[in-house]
Design a protein around this ligand. Structure first.
Ligand SMILES: [Zn+2]
Length: 293
């Protein structure tokens, strides 16, 4: 599974190459238009080399002459640049994205780092690889608290889910959480949006339906034990009794809980039913889970 930090890092070499090409193009354009600038710059480079040799030879008089010549050239250079309105940084590598300086992350109003808008393609690729490929239209921006009635309750649950995902306040005390809510109350929509939010904050995260644990590849199941944030949706007691889902789920939860990594199980069933009907190993963990409802 891909992480957003990994995807952004993978594009870094490309970004650096693009920055260099852009700088080289700028320089050739400016030099072609102002050949005297090219001569000055190449003379400055030569002087700096000669000055270094003079310093090694301890010839301070010569070094001083080079200093004076360089300062004169720099003044002339600045004059040409300002007279002709040339970008003074034309020979510097400049960020492709002024918002994030090509780091891929910007600071939000509250000071937290968020993936920059220039990395939208990387975000989409990451969503695709993190179980969210079928939910491209689900966005937090479109999540409406009042869409399915009881807006206040939905708003409260959204806040709880965000706190749990961020591990802030009371939510930092537990790693495993159960979000139990009646059918058709927007649980999947919210779960998908919370996973996307986690990824857009730079976390490694994954969303899956509980029944799909049986069909995911081993590598993905292994990654699931280590990522920052995991949501297992449509969690139900009978699913845990199916094939080896109970044992797969148990080993994921075991390792994640021991490492303090946040997992949210999402279910339409009440806790008591889940504890009674689940695979024994999983129900033991449910009893100690934090509750979102
Ligand atoms: Zn950016």
């Amino acid at each position: 599974m891909k992480t957003i930090k990994g995807l952004i890092a993978a594009g870094l070499a490309e970004t650096e190459a693009a920055r260099r090409i852009r700088r080289d193009e700028n320089m050739s354009r400016v030099y072609a238009e102002y050949p005297e600038l090219r001569e000055i710059d190449s003379r400055i480079i030569d002087i700096r080399k000669d000055r270094l040799i003079a310093m090694i030879d301890h010839d301070e008089r010569l070094a001083k002459r080079y200093d004076i010549e360089e300062n004169n050239l720099i003044s002339k250079r600045e004059q040409i640049i300002s007279d002709n309105d040339i970008d003074p940084d034309f020979d510097e590598e400049q960020s492709l994205c002024p918002k994030c300086g090509d780091t891929g992350f910007v600071k939000g109003k509250d000071g937290t780092l968020k993936v920059c808008s220039c990395k939208q393609a990387e975000l989409e690729e990451c969503y695709e690889s993190c179980g969210l490929g079928d939910y491209s239209s689900f966005t937090m921006k479109n999540y409406r608290d009042d869409y399915l009635g009881d807006g206040q309750k939905r708003s409260e649950i959204k806040k709880q889910m965000l706190k749990v995902m961020l591990g802030v306040g009371d939510a930092s005390s537990k790693a495993l959480w159960l979000y139990s809510g009646a059918p058709q109350t927007g649980k999947t929509y919210l779960s998908v949006c919370i996973t996307k939010t986690a990824i857009s904050l730079g976390k490694s995260a994954f969303y899956t339906k509980c029944e799909n644990l049986a069909s995911l590849e081993n590598d993905t199941l292994e990654d699931m034990k280590r990522i920052d944030f995991l949501i297992i949706d449509d969690f139900a007691d009978d699913v845990t009794m199916h094939g080896d889902i109970g044992s797969v789920l148990n080993s994921i939860l075991e390792i994640r809980t021991a490492s303090g990594l946040c997992t949210i199980l999402v279910s339409a069933l009440p806790l008591a039913d889940l504890i009674n009907g689940c695979d024994m190993r999983v129900s033991g963990k449910l009893g100690r889970a934090g509750k979102i409802s």
